[in-house]
Unconditional design. Structure first.
Lengths: 258, 258
């Protein structure tokens, strides 16, 4: 399976132009099966407050960014995971969707909000879910969720072979740590980080794909564009790591104080 | 606080000689407050079966390796964490103890057994615990426990600022992954790995200390000896990582399927 990571540099608030640019990057990437775009790829990240967020958030499904991506996924027969600011009954969520050729496969609302996001979004109220991608399952977590091992663990225990991880990273800790998320759960992780500056903050690119064996499948440069790599989700199915060890069966929840 | 990692290359089954060598390494290390020795440092690792393990395991407290280390800890006024094969009422455990100048502070029995260990030991039956080290708490996990995020997480939630991690590593995955264990829990991790060959298997040294900020405090070479570094356990006390984020208070157990 070919995975494209789209590193865009959204212009704050320019939803239509940002989605158009991301689609142009995917057009230029050649053939792939699944694209992963950054957190809040269509709006930009640094909302000042909930009012500014409300002005740019959209219903999922139904909003402008969603509709443009859904049409593109349908046209190309691909899947796309992308982070989009969501408005739902007056509440705002830092969300991400997984779209297939026939519509939405999954929606996730960020469960662990980072710093000023707490002033702009409600914490996610939907459970972590495994989306059927035809032959394998994928699950979504967003950016800061990475630091909570419970997030990736929950997705893996739900049967996800691939963790889709839209992000807006400004610190260097996450990309190497995702190697641990991959090996501890025996899954592929796909972290898509944005690039560029916004309201004085620099985002670091360097998106990464890790394999269940802690192999670095792809590390992107700090530059705009779509970067493609090949993964085989079936490699994540077995949790047997020695003749006597199965990573999930060896867990001993009765000994954990979580 | 000065921490010494002791990388020994035990001669299989030569308990008295192995402990003596480890003590000589600590003597040569100069001043320190806490030493961490490898898993099964006194016996060697590659037991063929439970019978061979039984012939070399000892009661904790009370056995030969324990007594020699306890006397040394008392003489120097230091703490020592070391992995020792334990016999208890006919059962065998891959255990580790934390000794202080006045005796045993904690005992841990490896909860996640690796590969052929399952034929030689019973799985640990004691809970993860936080040992009071006078001003901070420390907890023990052993080798393969590293790959289960629940192990370090449990110790951190119990209040441990320092995770003591005796190991016998043959693969390269653990030392970099411990950086994730450190930052996700905002703790220090001290992984003490052995060196040398035993029954055809090569152990890789490269013991590491990571800080709560994912700083590499120490990486040891693949060589015998004691290696000393300075850490400040108080740096692990606060889990506040931004003005609005506390790593533990931000956890959302109701959303985890663990």
């Amino acid at each position: 399976m070919r995975v494209a990571i789209v590193q865009n540099a959204p212009a704050f608030g320019q939803v239509r132009a940002n989605v158009k640019t991301a689609i142009e990057m995917m057009d230029a990437a050649g053939p792939f099966d699944l694209a992963v775009l950054p957190e809040l790829f269509s709006t930009g990240y640094l909302f000042r407050d909930a009012g500014e967020t409300a002005a740019l958030a959209e219903p999922l499904p139904g909003g402008q960014a969603f509709a443009m991506l859904a049409a593109y996924a349908s046209k190309r027969g691909i899947r796309i995971c992308a982070g989009i600011a969501e408005e739902a009954s007056g509440r705002l969520f830092n969300s991400a969707v997984l779209l297939g050729p026939s519509g939405m496969l999954a929606k996730y609302r960020k469960i662990h909000l980072f710093d000023t996001e707490k002033a702009c979004f409600s914490p996610g109220d939907l459970p972590f879910t495994a989306a059927d991608c035809g032959g394998f399952k994928a699950g979504i977590m967003i950016c800061f969720d990475w630091i909570f091992p419970e997030a990736a663990r929950t997705l893996a225990l739900l049967g996800c072979s691939v963790i889709l991880h839209p992000a807006n990273l400004v610190f260097p800790y996450c990309p190497p740590a995702m190697a641990t998320r991959a090996i501890e759960n025996r899954v592929f992780t796909v972290t898509a980080n944005r690039v560029g500056e916004e309201r004085g903050r620099k985002f670091s690119g360097g998106s990464v794909i890790w394999s269940p064996r802690m192999e670095n499948i792809l590390t992107c440069p700090d530059a705009e564009g779509a970067f493609v790599a090949e993964i085989e989700p079936a490699e994540a199915e077995s949790k047997n790591i020695t003749g006597r060890n199965n990573l999930f069966e060896d867990r001993r929840p009765e000994m954990y104080g979580l």
